[in-house]
Design a binder for this molecule. Structure first.
Ligand code: NAD
Length: 477
């Protein structure tokens, strides 16, 4: 049974209730977490506020950076333990989980270096005046994260907030809270002062809703579905609290006839099966120029058919889906597409030894998918690839921009001019050119356009997002 962190205390939920922790690879309960309440959220926000007036608020930027570097190193010293925990909790292959922990450490390393490097400015003004602009923390920042990359997500959202001197309250996803709780122990061990990080576990509609609506927070950073993102934004609006929203995606891989096939094919397959397709930046739409369409989708199909799903220990291409609801959602998309007669060109396999009670789904590649179908427009969040042909550059751009989302895109062509033109015309927060980086790159500003959200994480822009400015105007004569 895992407790929550409020101030310096590890506590049970106020009413003592708990939630089961289930392993997606075998459906077995293997631990419990606290089912936090709105009262627990009140206590966590109060503890964070107190930290700003206490030891945490008294640190200068360099001192904060040193603590963050110590946290990064402590995470790396416990890499295998954290990876095993993350793999059990999410079902993902061990190699993927190990990488996720490295990325968590990297977030703290990167923002440790950033803590004392986002400076204010002096501004030329009227004679007799000295004007300066300070860069300050926002105050108490709230962070709600999803279950797909729990360790990476907590690093992505917490590290810049702490680097800028905010005090934080984290609500991990109810399915995957274990790595966050163990991380918090390691952060305290590394010297993070009391109240700088508070964690309230529990259900979204209880803990998450209470946090989003809390008048004591100064920012809410939310990563998750569009439906819940809208609720969070509505709740925050009532208190005029700023939101950073990282929502869904339907990212296109745009492949022109002069693509380097050898290079592109394995990357394209990996970009959809990684994490069993449960990646906001999954390359779920494959748009291919008509002249090479047949040949190219056959090449992708050969690679796709090699994909294997299994348990963390089997360490194959992907694991199971997260929970029964997610399994049912993905299966219903697949079922509906089959019912509509959309052809399947290739399927991956579930390893024979994978437990029957695990939430596994067979990866599927549909070709060709009608442009107005659900598979062409909606986020499935599973290992389902949808291919469509296009005529020319203009058609490719229109098709790529034809969904509500705008998170990532990739352009594949050996023509440098076309590469630039298409990359500039596509609406997305990141565009990869002859490569793909789902989730990668701590240094690279990341975030959505259109319904994929707003605000930026990663890179130096994240530091601006979680801080504010104060302009000082001094008349000295
Ligand atoms: P979700 O929206 O169901 O849950 C996300 C978080 O919100 C969880 O912690 C959940 O407990 C909490 N929550 C649920 N109801 C809430 C409420 N009423 N008020 C406040 N919080 C609430 O999303 P999910 O199913 O965990 O994750 C999948 C979605 O996340 C996908 O749409 C995916 O694209 C998106 N996602 C986006 C990014 C990104 O960076 N853009 C990254 C990962 C996942």
């Amino acid at each position: 049974m895992k407790k929550m962190l409020i101030g310096s205390q590890w506590v049970n939920a106020k009413d003592g209730r708990t939630l089961e922790v289930v392993a997606p690879s075998d459906g077995q309960v293997f631990d419990h977490i606290s089912r936090g309440t709105a009262q627990d959220v009140d206590s966590a926000v109060a503890a964070a506020r107190a930290a700003l007036c206490g030891a945490w608020g008294a640190l200068n930027a360099t001192e904060r950076g040193r603590i963050m570097m110590a946290i990064s190193q402590n995470v790396l010293s416990h890499e295998e333990e954290l990876a095993q925990l993350e793999a059990r909790d999410t079902g993902k292959p061990l190699t993927t989980a190990r990488n996720d922990i490295k990325v968590l450490a990297r977030y703290f390393e990167f923002y440790a270096g950033g803590a004392d490097k986002l400076h204010g400015e002096t501004i030329p003004f009227l004679n007799g005046y000295q004007v300066s602009m300070l860069r300050e923390p926002l105050g108490v920042t709230a962070h709600i994260i999803p279950w797909n990359y729990p360790a990476q997500m907590l690093g992505r959202t917490l590290a810049p907030a702490l680097a800028m001197g905010n005090a934080t309250v984290l609500k991990p996803a109810e399915d995957t809270s274990l790595s966050a709780l163990r991380f918090a122990e390691l952060a305290l061990q590394a010297g993070l002062p009391t109240g700088a990080l508070n964690i309230v576990t529990g259900l979204g509609e209880e803990v998450g809703a209470a946090l989003a609506a809390h008048p004591g927070i100064d920012l809410i950073s939310f990563t998750g579905s569009n439906e819940v993102g809208t609720l969070v934004q509505q709740a925050a609006a009532k208190n005029a609290v700023k939101c950073v929203l990282e929502l869904g995606g339907k990212s296109p891989q745009i492949v022109f006839e002069d693509v380097d096939m050898e290079r592109a094919v394995p990357i394209i397959v990996r970009a959809i099966v990684q994490n069993a397709g449960q990646t906001c930046t999954a390359g779920s739409r494959l748009l291919v120029q008509k002249s090479i369409y047949e040949n190219f989708v056959q090449r992708v199909a050969l690679e796709f058919a090699k994909v294997r799903a299994g348990t963390p220990e089997m360490d194959l291409d992907c694991g199971p889906l997260m929970n029964p609801a997610q399994l049912q959602r993905v299966q219903s998309y697949i079922h509906q597409a089959r019912e509509q007669g959309i052809p399947v060109i290739a399927e991956g396999q579930i390893a024979e030894a994978a437990p029957r009670k695990g939430y596994f789904v067979q990866p599927v590649f549909f070709v060709p998918v009608p442009r107005d179908s659900a598979l062409a427009n909606e986020e499935v969040f599973g290992p389902v690839l949808a291919a469509m042909p296009f005529d020319d550059e203009a058609d490719a751009i229109a098709l790529a921009n034809g969904t509500d989302y705008g998170l990532l895109a990739a352009v594949w062509t050996e023509n440098a001019g076309r590469l630039q033109r298409v990359a500039k015309a596509v609406k997305a927060g990141q565009v990869f050119m002859n490569c793909y980086g789902a989730g990668g790159g701590v240094e690279l500003p990341f975030g959505g356009t259109k319904r994929s959200g707003h605000g930026r994480e990663k890179g130096f822009l994240a530091l601006e997002e979680v801080s504010t400015t104060k302009t000082l105007v001094h008349y000295h004569g």
